[in-house]
Ligand binder design. Structure first.
Ligand SMILES: Cc1cc2nc3c(=O)[nH]c(=O)nc-3n(C[C@H](O)[C@H](O)[C@H](O)COP(=O)(O)OP(=O)(O)OC[C@H]3O[C@@H](n4cnc5c(N)ncnc54)[C@H](O)[C@@H]3O)c2cc1C
Length: 457
């Protein structure tokens, strides 16, 4: 509960209408795309860095928990008030402040939606590469705090690779700037990168400077269908091992394809056990040559059907299957748990075999969707959270899957973050000394532990 005098203090900083504590507002902010529910004490929607600085000053003085929140699309329980407190939402701070074509960079506020930035910079022949599937809703602040990636990650990497500088409000209310607009910057500790992926636990990101790249002049899209999942997985490692770097290399297994087919989406060859969706971009001649080589590769490795799009409309049709996945799986069972295990590409066939084995062992419906080209899997566990017995089996399957992932030299998360979804597995990936060092970093930034407490540390 926030006292009446504190409520007045916050209202005087942001104005009455931007301090929300009506039950319906609190209910709205009780969830993110993870499946737990935590009701905040209030929601504040600030309009400037200065207001955030003042809010943090008050919160730090009175030890009030603060939880930053973008669009709430994270799948790790990162933007809910796990231990009570106030949510800070950024939808008023949603301006693209600068697009500097000569320096190929953009400066944005944290509430800018990823796709809005993409659309804006495309007018200048530029691209902001990170493309999470949630890009039409998720915000740049949330993308930075979780190091979002997406299908283009194979060639272009993740948010961290495009981050040049930040403005950050510390829990004390002090405002710091890290990095800037230069492409090279090796001065001091790399605080920009430390903030990236910090899951809202170290500071509030109030301004973001990102690097842009030229928009590729040509694109080629190809879909390959396999009657054996293992063949498809081996094709992925073979393509990457051959030195070709596609822009995207997505894999969808039969469990998911069947759901998409029933959903009335794309049509596939009846015996399809896996689908690879592959896209290249760059100069037209290069893209054409790569497309031919990849098509040949797929056929040699056992693809039963290979289709290449020759127009943007045909390409869009090939993307239909991938785009309909989340809508389709939501229909099947009450809940779908989206996991994020990531392994070195060479181990992809092995981890996929392991997931199929676990589905069988624990009698679960697990589909495999993967940004396969960078070893990033999203096993989709279609389940019912109300079924305690089934959830106990889900938990065991998850534990075994992450043990196998780590044993293969992989990581708990390729792009979705840890939050409360995977905090219990952190010790598998990090030794105690590394976890203690992270705790010390957290204490140095936030000695009173008011910023997103109860997250992965
Ligand atoms: C259907 C679907 C598809 C998805 N596809 C992808 C995908 O392809 N790739 C991918 O990487 N993710 C994906 N995600 C996950 C999610 O969209 C991303 O993690 C995204 O980056 C979250 O952004 P958001 O604006 O929703 O942030 P939120 O969910 O609101 O917050 C995420 C985290 O960032 C912190 N935070 C937010 N704003 C700030 C700020 N200004 N300062 C400090 N901390 C802040 C929060 O405290 C929280 O810890 C998907 C999610 C869904 C539901």
């Amino acid at each position: 509960m926030i006292s009446a005098s504190l409520t007045d203090e916050f209202r005087s900083i942001v104005g009455n209408e931007w301090f929300l504590d009506a039950p319906e507002d609190l209910a709205t902010y009780s969830y993110d795309a993870f499946w737990s529910e935590f009701r905040p004490d209030a929601v504040i929607v600030p309009g400037s860095t200065d207001e955030i600085s003042k809010i943090m000053g008050v919160a730090n003085r009175d030890r009030i928990n603060i939880i930053p929140r973008g669009a709430g699309t994270n799948i790790c329980g990162g933007s809910v008030a796990r231990k009570g407190g106030i949510i800070i939402a950024f939808h008023r701070m949603n301006k693209i402040l600068e697009i500097e074509t000569e320096s190929m960079c953009a400066v944005v506020q944290p509430g800018v939606v990823n796709a809005d930035l993409q659309k804006e910079v495309a007018q200048y022949g530029l691209m902001y590469p990170p493309d999470p599937a949630s890009m039409f809703v998720s915000t740049m602040g949330g993308n930075v705090a979780l190091t979002a990636g997406g299908p283009r990650g194979v060639k272009y990497g993740v948010t961290r690779d495009y981050l040049l500088g930040l403005e950050v409000v510390l829990p004390s209310g002090e405002v710091i700037r890290t990095g800037g607009k230069t492409l090279k910057n090796v001065s001091g500790y790399d605080l920009t990168r430390l903030m990236c992926g910090s899951e809202g636990t170290l500071g509030i990101i109030t301004e973001i400077t990102v690097r842009l790249v030229p928009l590729a002049p040509a694109r080629s899209t190809l879909q390959a269908i396999f009657s054996d999942l293992d063949d498809a997985a081996k094709t992925v490692s073979a393509i990457i091992g051959s030195g070709i770097v596609p822009t995207t290399l997505e894999l969808i297994d039969r469990v998911v394809l069947d759901v998409i087919r029933d959903y009335g989406g794309a049509q596939f060859y009846e015996g399809a056990e896996a689908l690879l969706l592959i896209e290249m971009d760059g100069e037209a001649v290069l893209v054409e040559g790569q497309g031919e080589r990849i098509e040949k590769f797929c056929k040699e490795k056992g693809a039963v059907v290979v289709e290449r799009a020759s127009t943007p409309e045909e390409a869009e049709k090939l993307w239909q299957a991938r785009r309909s996945v989340f809508g389709a799986v939501a229909r099947l069972r009450p809940n779908c748990i989206v996991e994020d295990a990531t392994v070195p590409v060479k181990r992809l066939p092995e981890i996929i075999r392991k997931i199929v084995e676990l589905a069988d062992k624990y009698r679960l419906k697990i589909g495999v969707l993967a940004h396969a080209g960078d070893g990033n899997l999203h096993p989709l566990i279609m389940t019912d959270l109300r079924d305690k017995e089934e959830m106990a089996r889900v938990d065991k399957a998850l534990e075994e899957m992450y043990e196998a992932t780590i044993a293969m030299g992989g990581t708990l998360s390729g792009e979705h973050g840890i939050g409360i979804a995977k905090d219990r597995f952190m010790a598998m990936e990090f030794g105690q000394s590394a976890i203690e060092l992270m705790r010390r970093i957290k204490r140095a930034f936030d000695p009173n532990n008011i910023l997103n407490p109860g997250s992965f540390l």
